[in-house]
Design a protein. Structure first.
Length: 68
């Protein structure tokens, strides 16, 4: 198991930095979706779907009630 950790540590010298970059990218996309004032209230479901797609694109599991 230590060899596995050593290999990963070598490939990902700073995993926190990688995670933070991905999180920031996801938050920027989510913020842009939420700030889109051109949509009517009836488009809220579309906004939720778009947010879920952003999360899914960044590796989030989509097995929720919204995936029906």
């Amino acid at each position: 198991m230590d060899l596995y950790k050593d290999i990963l540590a070598h490939l990902l010298p700073n995993p926190n930095e990688i995670v933070e970059m991905k999180c920031f990218q996801a938050l920027c996309k989510i913020k842009a979706i939420l700030e889109d004032e051109s949509l009517e209230d009836a488009d809220c479901y579309a906004k939720i779907e778009e947010l879920l797609c952003v999360l899914e694109a960044f590796g989030s599991n989509r097995e929720t009630r919204h995936s029906l």
